[in-house]
Design a protein around this ligand. Structure first.
Ligand code: BG6
Ligand code: MG
Length: 216
């Protein structure tokens, strides 16, 4: 199948901000007297800010008021934003810029499909935003991952069908979203989810489009 578009998740695929999300959630969970672990965080990867907080609250077995819920969301995002303030072009993950440039040179369309409401700001800090033909983030969907909407909207804005695109993901929720939308999905950066995807590459340096076109 000729691939005409590549759609990238952001956190953990284009940039290693997953550890920043984890640290910010851990501090937020401390306010709820919850000892939040990296294993717990695995369930949060790829899902929206609101759904993440709901999962942490479920871990504590307590209830929080709607006001406290909103305060916790703001608290988490402030810690997160402070931690990524100095993000720059050197923070794009290995192989990212090279792959984006190669794809552009071959007229392959590029998209982002992220649950993050901070995606546009991060792409600007990395100085890669202008390379993308479509950017769908957490502000642009009614149903977050694992719903396929984010990827379907990205493909639509690229003028392509799901079958013509490959999605790159590092999280179970995102892999499920891509599969539900009829995309081929390559897991990267997170060996825990490798088995769930159609293929796995440790970093995007290891991705070669012509090999994948032959095998898909
Ligand atoms: C996803 C991350 O990309 O975005 C999650 O994998 C994060 O860890 C989610 O919680 C929402 O991000 P934000 O920036 O809107 O809080
Ligand atoms: Mg991710």
């Amino acid at each position: 199948m000729k691939i005409k578009g590549l759609i990238f998740d952001l956190d953990g695929v284009l940039v290693s901000t997953e550890k920043n999300h984890f640290t910010a959630w851990k501090k937020t969970a401390e306010r709820l007297e919850c000892d939040f672990t990296e294993l717990d965080n695995e369930q949060l990867k790829g899902i929206s800010r609101v759904d993440s907080l709901k999962k942490i609250i479920a871990l504590t077995g307590t209830n929080v008021s709607p006001v406290e819920f909103d305060e916790l969301l703001i608290f988490k995002n402030e810690i997160y934003l402070e931690s990524i303030r100095e993000l720059g072009p050197a923070d794009a993950l290995p192989g990212v810029v090279e792959l984006l440039q190669q794809a552009k040179a071959h007229d392959i369309k590029l998209g982002v499909g992220s649950s993050s409401k901070n995606a546009n700001a991060i792409l600007e800090l990395l100085q890669i935003k202008d390379l993308f033909d479509a950017i769908i983030d957490g502000n642009g969907v009614s149903a977050p991952k694992p719903d396929p909407e984010v990827f379907l909207n990205a493909a639509r804005d690229m003028g392509l069908s799901a079958a013509e695109c490959i999605v790159f993901e590092d999280a179970e929720s995102g892999i499920m979203a891509a599969k539900a939308g009829g995309f081929k999905v390559i897991a990267t950066g997170n060996p825990h989810v490798a088995e769930l995807a159609h293929a796995y590459v440790e970093t995007l340096i290891d991705f070669n489009l012509s090999i994948y076109e032959e095998s898909f």
